[in-house]
Design a protein around this ligand. Structure first.
Ligand code: SF4
Length: 450
């Protein structure tokens, strides 16, 4: 879905540059070169699995999804299983911390497909019994029988794409479900996944008033469990909704209205006991998504399935540096590649230490915990948080304006700064690059001009 914020399951930062494709010489994990010394502790990673099919195109969606007359599910399942095992082995992943089935519409997959991927992961890595296993579900494919099948398969958390509880808004978004179906799906999900059902809502639709959004949010609060994700609609080029707005058939929502909608939603959610733990995510009773937290904490993750993103060190082929990897987007091409060499990695780019620090900063500042000293130190033993952001410069100015806070625990946005994060980041990244290059020059190394 085309939304504000990091969408569950896909890394926010795009890898730079193109690497060789499978046919161009990526080795399969079954034929590793000398991997050299491994990390001190056991390698852990979260696992993201992409199911690329949907029943119809939503009017706002620019995701990697396909609407096809029929899916050869046995073939897709076999490829997901094979690629998961290949990439987990490639990363020498000993323990999978969480699993997320995203899409597309993974609730259209058969529960046995979900079970097969989980079993495959557990064959090559330790998958603790209590690990969070989330499935994204659309209300149109979330009847009680299907949901109990997913629970039996090993899913223990559900993320429901409700988006709106208003039929006219759902039609505008091109969703295939009605508000009544969304309500029924939430009730069924809460029965089967009590305390572990999340709802996605979208605001900022063309023509949506502040009052309509407030009413919709109130209705959702009357229905929801302990986790909500609120996304501001972004009008992505190539989508039907964006074309309608560009032609003038629909109005473009004004920026001030969008900001008001976001701020008033935060207030309403706080009053209902929800804690904002990320730009778009709110939880009460500790019901945070541990899988998504692993992205924002810049931990390793392996992405499996068409178009999936990953971030891990490919020890199995001699890698020493974390890579950004993207799997081949089209399902048919992806399956051909998985069958021929075990995985369908289309693009890969080694992330330099500065690349990684930039991700740590951009992702960490999205959360209430911010970029902790401890995490920063893991990625930057030479340049401390204080040295990077404590001296006079952009970060100091943002602190003085009350948008940023740096203390002995972390660098983080204040509640007033969080909604402004997108506009604060360029200055902070610029300051980081300057400080980083100064340290490199002191050490006699070269500048990183990227
Ligand atoms: S269901 Fe989700 S992935 Fe599929 S078209 Fe709609 S928004 Fe996009």
């Amino acid at each position: 879905m085309a939304v504000r914020g990091l969408r569950a399951g896909l890394g926010a930062a795009r890898p730079r540059g193109m690497g060789p494709g499978c046919a161009a010489g990526l080795r399969s994990a079954s034929e590793p070169s000398d991997p050299g010394p491994e990390p001190a502790g056991p390698a852990t990673a979260a696992l993201y699995v992409h199911w690329p099919y949907c029943r119809k195109h939503c009017s706002y969606c620019s995701f990697n999804k396909y609407v096809v007359p029929a899916v050869d599910e046995a073939a897709v399942r076999a490829c997901l299983v094979r690629e998961a095992q290949t990439l987990l082995r490639l990363g020498h992943v000993r323990s999978v911390t969480s699993v997320f089935f995203g899409g597309g519409t993974p609730s259209l997959a058969a529960p046995r497909t979900i079970a097969a991927v989980l079993e495959a992961a557990a064959e090559v890595a330790y998958l603790p019994a209590g690990a969070e296993v989330t499935l994204e579900a659309n209300p149109g494919s979330a009847d009680p029988a299907r949901l109990s099948g997913f629970r039996a398969a090993g899913v223990n958390r559900l993320s429901l794409g409700v988006q709106s509880l208003d039929d006219a808004e759902l039609r505008l978004l091109g969703r295939e479900h009605t508000a009544a179906e969304a309500r029924a799906a939430v009730e069924a999900a809460r029965q089967l996944f009590p305390g572990r059902t999340s709802l996605d809502l979208i605001f900022g639709l063309p023509g949506q008033s502040h009052e309509a959004w407030a009413r919709g949010l109130e209705a959702a609060l009357g229905l929801c469990d302990d986790h909500l994700a609120l996304y501001q609609l972004t009008l992505e080029r190539g989508t039907a909704l964006e074309a309608q707005v560009r032609r003038g058939a629909l109005p473009e929502p004004p920026e001030e209205l969008l900001a008001d909608m976001y701020l008033s939603a935060r207030t309403a959610l706080a009053a209902a006991g929800f804690h904002q733990y990320e730009v778009s995510n709110f939880a009460r009773k500790g019901a945070r998504s541990t899988h998504n937290l692993s992205y924002w904490r810049a931990e390793q993750y392996v992405g499996v399935g068409p178009g999936a993103h990953g971030r891990f060190v490919p020890w199995g082929e001699g890698g020493r540096q974390r890579e950004a990897r993207v799997q081949t987007p089209h399902p048919d091409a992806w399956m051909r590649e998985v069958r021929s060499c075990g995985h369908g990695t289309r693009r890969r780019a080694a992330l330099s230490p500065l690349d990684q620090l930039q991700e740590v900063l951009a992702l960490g500042l999205r959360t209430d915990e911010g970029v902790t000293q401890q995490r920063w130190g893991l990625f930057s033993p030479r340049l401390s948080l204080e040295a990077a952001f404590g001296a006079p410069g952009e970060a100091r100015e943002l602190q003085e304006r009350g948008w940023l806070r740096l203390n002995g625990r972390a660098l983080r946005c204040t509640p007033a700064g969080l909604p402004l994060l997108d506009s604060l980041l360029p200055a902070l990244l610029c300051q980081l690059r300057r400080r980083w290059n100064a340290v490199q020059e002191e050490d006699g190394g070269g500048r990183d001009s990227r």
